[in-house]
Design a protein around this ligand. Structure first.
Ligand SMILES: NC(=O)c1ccc[n+]([C@@H]2O[C@H](COP(=O)([O-])OP(=O)(O)OC[C@H]3O[C@@H](n4cnc5c(N)ncnc54)[C@H](OP(=O)(O)O)[C@@H]3O)[C@@H](O)[C@H]2O)c1
Length: 277
């Protein structure tokens, strides 16, 4: 059992990490944006010094991918500056730090899944800010876990599954992109993986996503099938959709680590989510 301090504990993933950590018997201290702004270095240092955790899990982030294109500095301030503050404060009390990162650090041009040794090349500001957060975390605290994950959905926040279920109950058809491929990951499964990792000395970079992969189109079809909704899924392309931020075409994550933690398949995640919501 260890003492964990969790930043961004009210976010979609943060809520599940708190639950998983408590279930595992850890002593958990939670901080949300209201109680601890990670961009406030002094407040972060004071909180960490007061609580003296053995590990800090940083789930706080600016996560609006399209918004990051307009608010580049805000994304950097939270995802890179915040990461620096949290990692440095943890190092100050001899605690390890775990930083969450994303498949969007890759440009999606590889023909195979991305492993930890692949060179990142973010296409947009969000990915760039998260990559900067990875570097800040590693620079400030040698005892760091950087966990890259993808396409999260969970009961604690707005997500693609919930959007599809709402649309599917209302509309006869919905249009979804078919040319972005990734691994939809259930936050409860990821939280279990994070809690298993956090107490270990398997430091460095970890790719941790659900097993298997699909396109957003395939994912929508599976959601309607499992939720028994008769909504037709029409396919479109990323270019036709014209979102503000460019997105990688294929950002499937795999791990090459001997000590990797594997998560259940994305379809299992979807079933578990639908049973839980
Ligand atoms: N969602 C995905 O598909 C996805 C995919 C790959 C990686 N990730 C990464 O996984 C992690 C968790 O994501 P999530 O989906 O759980 O995101 P989320 O629901 O948006 O949670 C992020 C939390 O951070 C808080 N926050 C924002 N700015 C803060 C600040 N300055 N100080 C303290 N807290 C702050 C947010 O509060 P407010 O709600 O009040 O802003 C929110 O509670 C993030 O690092 C994200 O980059 C997410």
């Amino acid at each position: 059992m260890v003492k964990l301090l969790i930043c961004g504990a009210s976010g979609m993933l943060g809520q599940d990490v708190v639950r998983a950590a408590e279930l595992a018997g850890h002593e958990v201290v939670t901080t949300g944006r209201n109680s601890l702004d990670v961009t406030d270095s002094e407040a972060v240092a004071l909180t960490v010094e007061r609580e003296r955790p053995e590990a800090v899990v940083n789930c706080a982030a600016y996560t609006d991918v399209d918004g990051s294109e307009r608010e580049r500095e805000d994304a950097m301030r939270v995802n890179a500056g915040g990461a620096r503050n949290v990692a440095a404060a943890a190092a100050g009390v001899g605690a390890s730090v775990l930083y969450l990162s994303t498949d969007y650090v890759f440009d999606g041009s590889k023909d195979a899944p991305y492993v930890e040794s692949d060179e990142p090349n973010p296409l947009g500001s969000y990915g760039a800010s998260k990559l900067a957060g990875e570097s800040e975390t590693a620079a400030m605290n040698p005892r760091h876990h950087v966990v890259r994950t993808s396409w999260l959905f969970g009961t604690g926040g707005r997500n693609f599954v919930e959007t599809m279920i709402k649309v599917g109950a209302r509309e006869r058809e919905v249009t979804v992109v078919c040319d972005q491929v990734g691994s939809p990951t259930y936050t409860a499964h990821l939280a279990d993986g994070i809690v298993r990792l956090v107490g270990t000395d398997a430091y460095g970079l970890h790719h941790m996503s659900a097993g298997g992969h699909c396109s957003w189109y395939d994912f929508a079809v599976a959601i309607f099938d499992r939720a028994k909704l008769s909504c037709e899924v029409l396919s479109t392309t990323t270019d036709a959709l014209g979102r503000a931020a460019p997105r990688p075409r294929c950002s499937v994550l795999e791990t090459e680590r001997d000590d990797a933690i594997y998560l259940p398949e994305w379809r299992t995640g979807l079933d578990d989510y639908l049973a839980e919501r």
